[in-house]
Design a protein around this ligand. Structure first.
Ligand SMILES: Cc1cc2nc3c(=O)[nH]c(=O)nc-3n(C[C@H](O)[C@H](O)[C@H](O)COP(=O)(O)OP(=O)(O)OC[C@H]3O[C@@H](n4cnc5c(N)ncnc54)[C@H](O)[C@@H]3O)c2cc1C
Length: 393
């Protein structure tokens, strides 16, 4: 449970959201413009990155109280407020990001130091390498493997355990300094491990992809050609087999889904505010539709907060996080498509920020699993009697 005043945190970060909005179109046109935003100093990305106490000299302070942005509740408030300006920058900023959550769950003390001391350096990006071109994010079917010893006939070279495989649609990977790679070392659900890997190792070959939305994330792909793996790279060696690897990482996903849902809430808020700023009078029917969207926005925000509290209390239960993601994405998609026609037939052309919002939502849909997958998780949780509050959906 968070001790932070969440309204104060929101108020504190509103100007940062506004600053992100000011840079959003430039970054959408050229993701390299993210550096201009970072140069401006308006985005306190290190303070918002979720570092454990002790790794930063200067944590965020809200009304004098240090806020480390470590709980899912704090993360969703930060994500929603900043996503009002640009959801893609929230995911594309330097920092621990998704790998930080998995490191928190699975790393031992030495690995935690290695990760956070490195990422505490300014402008250090990380990556989270799960999705594969032929297997998607179905972690049980991963092809990326830890190969034992011997040089690969195709590449020659490395001896000892190595990573071989191909990851695709991985955020920030082409500019990351380190991150985590999911790879199989034997068949079965306990046969997938998570490994902490520095990107300057031989055989780590990453490149950005071209995308239409969430452009600051700079999605990329990486070919792992006999990347040497050291014993201390493997996360969770001190944990039981059911807590490490894939099964342990499920806890990470359950904590990240409310955050993606909150990005969708921020985008919805941005679209509704935008149309009200651009048009002052509406027909009765339009007023009714906008009022209904506002009501649903409040309900979605409440559900996301509830899901974040649930994820903080029991990260093993993904029921409410799945409900929150499905609900928030339904609304974001509906609102971002409903708003442009209110500004006339050429609105997406004349209001490029609205066009960006429409293009960002499919990226949020894919992140951490589509709504179809969330609904399956929700149904399972419901059938097993978990999270009765899912009645809210
Ligand atoms: C902006 C962005 C950032 C990302 N960042 C990362 C990252 O940092 N690291 C990383 O590893 N990956 C990342 N990804 C990839 C993302 O996590 C996956 O694309 C996502 O989890 C979906 O998985 P998938 O591609 O396997 O699709 P699937 O889950 O296979 O879905 C494909 C289609 O099949 C449907 N479907 C799936 N299961 C069922 C079912 N049982 N019944 C009916 N229909 C079904 C889905 O609804 C969807 O339409 C990112 C993606 C985006 C867009």
């Amino acid at each position: 449970m968070s001790t932070v005043d969440l309204d104060a945190l929101r108020d504190h970060l509103r100007p940062v959201g506004a600053a992100l909005r000011a840079h959003a179109l430039a970054i959408d046109a050229d993701p390299g413009a993210l550096h201009t935003l970072l140069d401006s100093g308006v985005l306190p990305y290190r303070e918002l990155g979720g570092f454990p106490p002790g790794y930063l000299d200067d944590p965020l302070r809200v009304r004098g109280v240090p806020v480390h942005v470590r709980t899912c509740v704090e993360r969703v408030v930060v994500a929603e407020t900043l996503a009002w300006g640009d959801a893609s920058v929230v995911v594309g900023a330097p920092g621990p990001s998704m790998s930080g959550v998995v490191v928190d769950d699975l790393a031992d003390d030495e690995q935690r130091d290695r990760f956070y001391e490195r990422v505490a350096q300014p402008r250090t990006w990380t990556f989270f390498g799960l999705t594969e071109p032929d297997r998607g994010s179905d972690a049980a079917a991963l092809e990326t493997a830890v190969a034992d010893g011997g040089p690969d006939p195709a590449d020659g070279g490395a001896v000892g355990p190595v990573l071989r495989g191909h990851k695709k649609y991985v955020g920030n990977v082409a500019r990351a300094s380190l991150g985590v790679v999911f790879a199989r070392h034997r068949p079965g659900p306990l046969g997938v491990g998570v490994h902490l890997v520095d990107t300057d190792r031989p055989g780590f070959d990453a490149a950005p992809l071209s995308t239409t939305g969430m452009r600051a994330v700079q999605l990329g792909e990486v070919r792992l050609r006999n990347v040497p793996l050291l014993p201390h790279d493997t996360l969770g060696r001190h944990l039981s087999p059911s807590r490490r690897g894939l099964l342990g990482a499920v806890r990470t996903f359950n904590r990240l889904r409310p955050v993606v849902a909150s990005l969708a809430v921020g985008v919805t808020r941005a679209a509704l505010d935008y149309v009200r700023a651009e048009r002052s009078s509406f027909t009765a029917d339009e007023r009714w539709r906008l009022a209904t969207f506002e009501d649903r926005l409040h309900a979605a925000r409440a559900l996301v907060l509830q899901a974040a509290r649930a994820a903080d209390a029991d990260p093993a239960d993904g029921t409410l996080p799945a409900a929150a993601k499905a609900t928030a994405l339904d609304l974001a998609e509906e609102v971002t498509h409903a708003v442009p026609p209110l500004l006339g037939p050429g609105a997406r052309w004349e209001h490029p920020y609205l066009d960006k919002l429409v293009r960002d939502v499919p990226g949020l849909e894919m992140m951490e699993g589509t709504r179809t997958v969330q609904r399956l998780t929700l149904a399972q949780g419901w059938l097993q009697g978990r999270a009765r509050h899912a009645e809210l959906v």
